[in-house]
Each structure stands twice: as C-alpha cells, then as structure tokens.
Design a protein around this ligand. Structure first.
Ligand SMILES: [Ca+2]
Ligand SMILES: [Ca+2]
Length: 475
C-alpha cells in the first residue's frame, strides 16, 4: 500500500519539477561562458581552518595535492562562508542566499544546526545549485554530509541530486539507540558507519560517479565528513602525519583531492572541469586545527570562524598561480555556476550571491561585486565588512555564540588589510566609516531581519508534520 507520506513526497517532487520546468528554462537563454558546459566539482571540508593547508601557511600538515591545485589555479585569501557552523553554511552554499533569507539560521528548537529526526529542513521550493544544473542536463551527485534535513522530503534526492551517498548530518550525532547511518539515496545501508574508511569511500564513490558520467556534464558536490570531530583516518594515513589524527585526516583529504584531479586528467576532461576546494566554517582551533593568522574559531563571527581557505582550478579558464584578495564567498557559487552552465539565476526570488567569474578569470579591473558582506551568527547580525573595513556591531548583553550569551561589546572597526588579526580598533579614528557600515547593517536588518525581528524578504524553511528519525527502519 502506498503511504500518505509517499504520496506527499511524490506530490512535492511533482511541484518541484513543475517549478523547474516553468522557472528555470525561462531564464536559460543566456549563452554559456565556455564552449561546452563545464563539469563542476565542489569539495567541501567540514571545519577545516584558514591555517590548515600548506598553501595557506601550515607547517604541520602536508597537503601537496591541494598546494598543487593552488599553483595550477587561484587561491582566495578573503573568501567567506555565510555562517560559522554547518547547517546554515550549507544552506547558503546550496541556495546562494544568506541563511536567514531561507530560514535555516537556526533549527526548530533555535539551536544552531539541525539534529537527526528534524522536522525542519531546506525548503524543497528553494532552488539549489543541483537543480540549476539539472535544468542544463547535468548528472548530479551529493556524496558526503548533507545536513539540510534528514526527512526524505529534505534529502539531496529531493533537491536536484540524482544520487546521494553519505552520512546525512554531522558525524558526531549518535542518538541511542539509533547509530549513525550511512545513506544511499533515501535508505540507510550501514549503521553505525565505519568512520575510519569514510574519506576513502566518499572518494571512491565520487570517482565512480565521474567515470560513469564522463560523457555528459556532471556536478559532484563532495562535502566530506572530515575534519569534523570525531577525527578518523584510514590505515594508510593513521599515525603518519606530524599533527596527530587531525593531520592524518587532513592528509587523507589531500590524497582524496589528488585522486579526483588525477581521474579528470586520465579521462581527458580536466580542461573542462571546474574544481573548487573550500571549507564549511573555520576550525575549532583545538585538536590540531588552525585558523592562524585569524582571530577566533568556528561558531563565531571573528574572521577565524567565517573566512576559509578556497582554491579553484579550471585549466585554461582560471589562470594558474593567482591569488584573489577580493571579498567573495560560497553564496556566489550558485550564480557563478549558473552562468558557466548557461543557466540564468532564478529571477523570481532574491539571491544574495553574485557571479564572480570576473574574479575567477582574473578579468582586468575585476572587483568584488559585494558592497558589503554580512556576518550572522544564528539569528544575530554581528559584523559587516565593506572593502577592507570590518565593523563589529555594538552588542548588548544579548550577544551570543553557539546560543550562549556573552558580555556587552562596544562598536569596533578593523582594517583587515593592515590588521588581519582584528585587534586594533579604529572606530574613533574613522567615524564616517562606522556610520556607513552601520547604515549597511540597518539595510540588511530590514531585508532579512536581526534577532527576533523578522525582515521583509525572508522565505520560509521546509517543515514536515512528522519527523522521520528512523532512517534505519528501511535497512
Ligand atoms: Ca562545520
Ligand atoms: Ca528545490
């Protein structure tokens, strides 16, 4: 018998497909920027810090494959995620929007990320990068940590991905008696997951998908479980680094990245593939991870929480050995990738990201398309950056990180070009800059809200009446 839940899901999928059919093709008349549609691979590391890679100054972790990727492509020094914890950061990457715009800045209990068995998830009506690319004929796979809802209505297969393989939320979310599941499409296939082999298996799945789809354009979104706690590495890497298990896990990620690029070369599709390597938020700054030289850690709006390593490689299109110091971020992926694939971004809604192809291709005179970048922590707007200036907004006692209240902090202004460590307050010397950034903050508050005040242009999250905590029942 077909259950009401199945009918509901089929109905939701039908609506989503109709929307795709109506909305996206109407905007697909733009010419692709390349002769062919490029393959796109986004490698998204969990909790990797700004100082964790050799090409960003790490002397602890050996990352020769990623360093080579930087030498063959572009390394971004001022690249941001839209939140310093997992769920909101991922919502922003997938939709090109600030998390508050799509109401995934908090979970159903106002916690900072989604937990297993959530009733809330990324709204199926939001248009993801995968859906944009599907409209252009791409084969799409998500391999790894999704964390945008674990109900079948919210899984990757309901958001434009042909294939899903991975742990659907954080690798520390064991809920007894439900062990951590590994899911293929919508079914758990293993529980508890054998985590020491997870990086290797994600890599093998990604390579299998690339080989299978080498003749058509493909999109692989590879959000690794590592280097989020608990840390694991396979036997080939365990105990081999100079930085404990953190270094082992990082060096296995490096190996994985090298294997993927090697596969592209072997298949002769290297020149037509954009590979992006970045992280979902800064490091905890403990257990071997590093955000040096930035201040602060994961979960905060200091640079160490939200500025992440980002490398892009697309031989012949992105020039080699370049560094980009303009402000950009994961919110820019959707509009940029849409343009590269020949799709236009959906025109029926606000998208915060911009097409950063001029930066990526080092076009003469290219500048950041963002007048300002906004740092939200959960529901709270805490900082604004415009050009080199970063304003920490004055916080009353309600300021909080990880949902925990902190003491009052005054307004502070930092020149990030001169003072990357955010420790020389220039607010008194530059009141006109403070005033300008305060006005930008107010504009954003009107738009997507701040604290318990809603903004005019927020969109609802997805909700289901009944959570589905037991993916395992389908095993
Ligand atoms: Ca994370
Ligand atoms: Ca959708």
């Amino acid at each position: 018998m077909i259950s009401p839940a199945t009918i509901r899901r089929a109905f939701l999928k039908a609506i989503a497909l109709c929307m795709m059919a109506i909305v996206i093709p109407a905007f697909t008349t733009a010419k692709a920027q390349s002769a062919g549609k490029p393959n796109v691979i986004i490698i998204f590391i969990d909790d990797m810090g700004y100082g964790d890679l050799g090409c960003y100054g790490s002397e602890k972790n050996r990352t020769p494959q990623i360093d080579r990727m930087a030498a063959e492509g572009m390394r971004f020094t001022d690249f941001y995620v839209a939140c310093s914890v997992c769920t909101p950061s991922r919502a922003a990457l997938m939709t090109g929007c600030y998390p508050r715009r799509v109401n995934l800045h908090v979970d159903e209990k106002n916690l900072c990320v989604l937990f297993p068995g959530a009733r809330k998830g990324l709204n199926p009506t939001e248009i993801t990068i995968a859906e944009v690319l599907k409209s252009q004929g791409y084969a799409t796979a998500c391999i790894g940590k999704w964390h945008l809802g674990d109900h079948p209505d919210f899984l990757p297969t309901s958001q434009g991905f042909d294939y899903y393989y991975g742990i659907p939320y954080s690798n520390d979310m064991h809920r007894k008696p439900i062990p951590l599941p590994l899911v293929r499409n919508e079914k758990a296939i293993e529980a508890p997951v054998h985590q020491p082999t997870i990086t290797k298996r994600y890599t093998e799945e990604a390579i299998r998908f690339i080989r299978k789809n080498k003749e058509k354009p493909f999109f692989v979104y590879l959000p690794h479980a590592m280097v989020h706690l608990p840390l694991h590495a396979s036997k080939d890497f365990k105990g081999k680094s100079a930085n404990g298990i953190y270094g082992d896990a990082t060096e296995e990620i490096d190996w994985s990245t090298g294997e993927i690029i090697k596969t592209l070369k072997e298949l002769g599709i290297d020149d037509n593939t954009l590979v992006v390597f970045t992280s979902d938020n800064g490091s905890t700054g403990r257990h071997g991870g590093s955000n040096v030289p930035l201040r602060g850690n994961k979960g905060r709006t200091d640079e160490g929480g939200m500025r992440v390593p980002c490398i892009m490689r697309y031989p012949g299109r992105i020039p080699a050995n370049k560094v980009c110091a303009d402000v950009s971020g994961t919110i820019d992926f959707l509009p940029t990738i849409a343009a590269l694939s020949g799709a236009r971004i959906p025109g029926d809604r606000i998208i915060d990201g911009k097409n950063i192809w001029p930066l990526m291709s080092a076009a003469p005179g290219a500048k950041s398309p963002h007048e300002a970048f906004y740092y939200y922590q959960m529901d709270q707007l805490q900082c604004v950056r415009s050009g080199k200036w970063k304003l920490h907004l004055p916080m009353d006692s309600k300021k909080r990180n990880w949902g925990k209240p902190e003491g009052k902090t005054p307004v502070q202004l930092f020149d990030l070009e001169e003072n990357i460590a955010e420790d020389k307050d220039l607010s008194r010397q530059h009141p006109e800059v403070v005033d300008r950034l305060m006005k930008l903050a107010d504009k954003m508050r009107q738009d997507i809200g701040d604290l318990d005040k809603a903004g005019a242009n927020q969109r609802p999250a997805g909700w289901v009446e009944k959570a589905q905590p037991r993916l395992l029942e389908k095993m």
